[in-house]
Design a protein around this ligand. Structure first.
Ligand code: PHE
Length: 366
């Protein structure tokens, strides 16, 4: 696939390639759409099998951020930074400070935050070189750990989905499979247990399972091997690890009636949404349900005010009603929920684009 053909197809604006030989730094910063504001998105560190895989991931995730912010009512555009590492490579301070300088060079066109493979320590290194960092510790003026906000948003989305399937948003007694108990999945597991759901967890890492179990003080919390997740007998499948777990093969095996999770890009491609619908499985669109962390973190950036937990959480707590609006739209338009979410986000972007046709400052500065 040609990079520019892909960008043309999905409307991407820029792709920035960063390289620094002495540190083995290779990163791709994708800018999708900046109609709503400067592009923002997390920095993901992952060992990809090819450069194209990394570029495609950056482009896909950047587009996901455009839609996530648009549907979440945030005035930011979509971007993503993907750092390509070798297996076992653990980038340190010099690496992230250099990446910070690359981000600084973009002059505010791209703002970043935490994602898979990055957390507050990496954000502090980036922040030492650029102010264009959204995710920061509280003592550095940020919102701190945002995984809790993401999990809370996923829970709201899941409750709205449950209401659609079973006519009650109560999750008590529902058998939920949480695939991936990393940063977000473990918080979600705790919240589901508190809601009296019957939770089963799965993770490729035994250490992640152990720490999740000890966090919720339940050494017996049921767990299943990663290969058994798709045909596992449950009511709700919650993908909270990496993306693309839903494809024609996995969807044909699913026994759950609802899919609601924290992963980005859960569908291998758009056609999978139709397959889910044909099988009568309700799907909470990924970027709507998992927007909690992003909208929580963006709140103070958007308003230019110090972080306020309550104010930012109000945005997260709107996710349930957004999901319900999207289900209604899907019904009235006769489309899948995934398609309806796209329409919902695109309408907002179009409306803002139209308002921008009015000049507010002299066009010529002499
Ligand atoms: N990793 C977050 C997500 O995918 C993105 C994010 C961007 C979070 C910027 C905080 C700040 O939703």
């Amino acid at each position: 696939m040609d990079v520019t053909a892909y960008m043309e197809r999905f409307g991407h604006e820029n792709l920035v390639v960063c390289q620094e030989r002495s540190l083995g730094l290779k990163a791709f910063i994708a800018i999708h759409d900046t109609t709503l504001g400067p592009a923002a998105g997390g920095t993901r560190v992952w060992s990809y099998s090819s450069e194209w895989d990394a570029i495609e991931d950056a482009l896909r995730l950047a587009r996901g951020m455009t839609y996530k912010y648009a549907a979440g009512g945030v005035n930011l555009g979509g971007g993503k930074c993907v750092v390509m590492v070798k297996p076992g490579q653990q980038p340190g301070e010099a690496f992230f400070r250099t990446l910070g300088r690359f981000i600084e060079r973009l002059g505010g066109m791209f703002l970043t935050g935490a994602d898979v493979g990055t957390d507050l320590p990496q954000m502090k290194w980036l922040r030492s070189e650029t102010s264009k960092i959204i995710t920061l510790p509280v003592e550095w003026g940020g919102a701190g750990d945002i995984a809790l906000a993401t999990a809370r948003g996923v829970l709201h989305g899941m409750r709205a989905g449950a209401e659609k399937v079973w006519e009650t948003s109560d999750l008590a007694g529902r058998r939920v499979l949480v695939q991936g108990v990393g940063k977000v999945g473990r918080h979600l597991t705790r919240m589901l247990v508190a809601d009296n759901a019957q939770v089963t967890i799965s993770d490729v890492s035994a250490a992640a399972i152990d720490s999740c179990r000890s966090e919720i003080h339940d050494a017996e919390l049921p767990t299943i091997p990663p290969n058994d997740v798709y045909d596992y007998d449950c009511d709700i499948y919650s993908p909270c690890a990496l993306g693309k777990t839903l494809n024609p093969n996995s969807v044909s095996q699913l026994r759950a009636r609802l899919v609601a999770g924290a992963a980005n890009n859960q569908l291998e491609d758009d056609s999978v949404a139709e397959l889910l619908q044909q099988r009568g499985i309700v799907y909470v669109p990924d970027y709507v349900g998992n927007a909690g962390g992003a909208v929580y973190d963006a709140d103070r950036v958007m308003l230019g005010m110090p972080h306020d937990d309550q104010r930012a959480m109000t945005r997260v707590d709107q996710i349930g009603s957004t999901v319900r609006k999207i289900f209604d739209l899907a019904e009235s338009e006769g489309v899948t929920s995934a398609h309806a979410a796209d329409l919902y986000a695109e309408w907002r972007i179009d409306a803002v684009r139209r308002s921008q046709s009015l000049a507010v400052s002299p066009l010529i500065n002499m």
